[in-house]
Design a protein around this ligand. Structure first.
Ligand code: FAD
Length: 383
């Protein structure tokens, strides 16, 4: 059998008389697809990695099963630059914001959508101690923190006893449009297969990988929680974390803000708002629970002064890890197998930045930030 190369297809040709050719070809045709990269998963990580590889004119194929409750399809898309009781800056936030805001704007322009929006966070202090902590940080002139002189701004809409602070800038990434729009674009150019990836079909050797009829230079896993059970990466210190959200219908809540009191509330579309989330380290499955719904309904009844109706309730599992740092890079002992994962609670800010680092690493051998590089786990990945 002779392999005929035609574009990205390799078609087996057989030396047969011409009159038999049509018959034999239809019986024997077996199309190989050669591509530079096979990417598993099209959540935030797979979206951004494929975007940067496309910008470098490299060929790739994404396989994604469109799981409706994957983390990127449940998240609100919030980017809050501060965290914790001390209200300190999150890891690398200045550097991340400088990179990701233009990145989301550029992606949005290409897809014809508003990909990122500035929305200050109105943080209603839940206790006098939390108010004190906020004011202490204000007196230290901490970045991102402000206090409005009119503490009665929101008394028509919300119950709050201890005033509020403002975190600004905060952002909301338009995940509900970005993920489907990028998917549509990949489907239109035959760069995405909508199916389950089956690890049993993968063959990996020193020079390339093959999967069914696909041959690629490298395979990169962007498959969120699935990698925690993968033969290549299950030893990474994943610490999966479940989160639930409800969607409510309500009127008159000003859309250009994120509101917080125990939970976050932010505008999604029309009269629909996203409310969440909780963080569970121990859980039995990825399904919504009656307990969360009851607790959230009770919280909303005491917090909102306006009528609302719960119209949906969802749950997902965050691909989080013990160190709260991403997993980025090529497997230290299998250089044609890579990963972009471990985004935890911060996929919106981490995924674009580290997707670019991974693309530059793969294509130009540039370095990956050591705190994110999976080579930090070389010993456990050897097992
Ligand atoms: C309730 C909740 C709220 C959140 N809110 C925020 C927030 O406001 N801001 C923020 O920054 N982060 C938030 N996060 C975290 C954020 O969602 C994640 O960090 C991020 O989405 C992870 O993206 P990912 O692409 O790495 O993984 P995923 O989003 O899990 O994507 C993995 C993809 O791989 C596909 N896949 C998996 N296995 C297979 C297989 N075998 N075959 C084919 N396809 C497969 C899935 O369908 C999916 O499309 C939240 C998470 C949750 C659960």
């Amino acid at each position: 059998m002779i392999l005929c190369h035609g574009g990205t297809e390799r078609i087996p040709c057989v030396s047969v008389p011409p009159w038999q050719y049509r018959l034999n070809l239809s019986m024997l045709i077996f199309v190989f697809m050669d591509t530079d990269f096979l990417i598993i998963g099209q959540g935030l990580s797979g979206t951004w990695l494929s975007y940067y590889l496309q910008k470098e004119n490299r060929s790739f194929l994404v396989i994604d099963n469109n799981q409706p409750n994957s983390a990127s399809r449940i998240a609100a898309g919030l980017i809050n630059p501060v965290t914790g009781r001390r209200i300190v800056k999150t890891w690398m936030i200045d550097e991340l914001l400088a990179f990701i805001i233009p990145a989301y704007k550029e992606l949005g322009n290409e897809l014809g959508i508003d990909a990122i929006e500035l929305r200050p966070l109105i943080d209603f202090h839940a206790t006098p101690q939390m108010k004190l902590a906020f004011e202490e940080r204000l007196s230290e002139k901490a970045d991102f923190l402000f206090k409005s002189p009119d503490q009665n701004n929101y008394t028509d809409l919300f119950n709050y006893d201890f005033g509020f602070g403002e975190v600004n800038p905060c952002y909301v990434v338009n995940l509900k449009d970005i993920i489907p729009a990028w998917r549509k674009s990949l489907l239109s150019t035959d760069q995405l297969l909508e199916e389950d990836f089956d690890m049993n079909e993968l063959q990996q050797n020193d020079s390339h990988i093959s999967y069914k009829n696909i041959k690629a230079e490298k395979i990169i896993f962007c498959d969120g929680v699935s990698s925690s059970a993968s033969p290549f990466f299950k030893n990474l210190p994943f610490a999966l974390n479940k989160g639930e959200v409800v969607l409510i219908e309500a009127e008159h809540i000003p859309a250009p803000f994120i509101f917080k009191k125990g939970m976050m509330l932010t505008h999604l579309e029309k009269d629909i708002y996203w409310v969440g989330s909780n963080y569970l380290w121990e859980f039995e499955d990825d399904r919504p629970t009656g307990q969360f719904r009851a607790q959230t309904e009770s919280l909303l009844k005491s917090w909102l002064k306006i009528p609302f109706k719960i119209i949906d309730h969802k749950a997902s599992i965050r691909p989080a890890n013990i160190e709260r740092r991403p997993f980025v890079g090529l497997h230290p002992f299998m250089r044609n197998v890579g990963i972009l994962n471990g985004m935890g609670t911060k996929g919106c800010s981490l995924a674009p930045y580290f997707a670019k680092q991974l693309a530059d690493h793969i294509l130009y051998e540039k370095g990956i930030l050591p705190e994110a590089d999976i080579r930090r786990f070389s010993k456990i990945l050897m097992r």
